[in-house]
Design a protein around this ligand. Structure first.
Ligand code: GSH
Length: 162
């Protein structure tokens, strides 16, 4: 059975989960603690510590670069989903890097506003929340999560449809 190693609220991981759900294939989700990735490091033979990664039998699948889509394309080919139609390959190559950087980056920040609730919901140890906050603040600056929370509706439609 395919196993997806992930953070449950990561916009880099959620699409892989949705692809698996869409496919109808049996799969298992394994939540990796953001501060403790030794399982990922071991499975990738010390080549990668990010998530998501896949384990499929003896194969471990992980990204090759910031803009690669190794995991999604592996699932697409294995499960015969045709998510990357050949006639759209050019457009997809142009658009993908923006989705990868801007869309997934911004949505990650929006999900991180709820990191404490997310830890609880995923039954991840509450004691690790501090390390998560520290990691975010070292990357994005002190108070970043509070700032994202305060700014979360900026740019949102005043009268959202639906
Ligand atoms: N381009 C990769 C990016 C994956 C990525 O950035 N994952 C984050 C967490 S969801 C990560 O593990 N970053 C390394 C770190 O946190 O040190 C993908 O789409 O899978």
């Amino acid at each position: 059975m395919i196993e997806l190693f992930q953070f449950p609220w990561s916009p880099f991981c959620l699409p892989q989960q949705r692809i698996l759900e869409f496919s109808g294939a049996p799969f298992k989700l394994i939540n990796v603690l953001p501060q403790e990735r030794s399982i990922v490091w071991k499975l990738t033979k010390q080549q990668y510590y990010g998530v998501p990664i896949l384990r499929d039998g003896k194969k471990n699948i992980f990204e090759a670069g910031d803009d690669s889509q190794v995991v999604a394309k592996y699932l697409d080919a294995k499960l015969k989903l045709n998510l990357f139609p050949i006639e759209l390959e050019g457009v997809q190559t142009i658009l993908w890097r923006h989705i990868e950087n801007e869309v997934e980056g911004a949505t990650f920040r929006l999900n991180d506003i709820y990191y404490q609730e997310n830890y609880r919901r995923a039954k991840m140890p509450a004691a690790d929340e501090l390390q998560y906050l520290r990691f975010k603040e070292r990357k994005f600056g002190r108070g970043c999560v509070d700032q994202w929370r305060a700014q979360k509706t900026n740019g949102a439609r005043k009268n959202p449809i639906g």
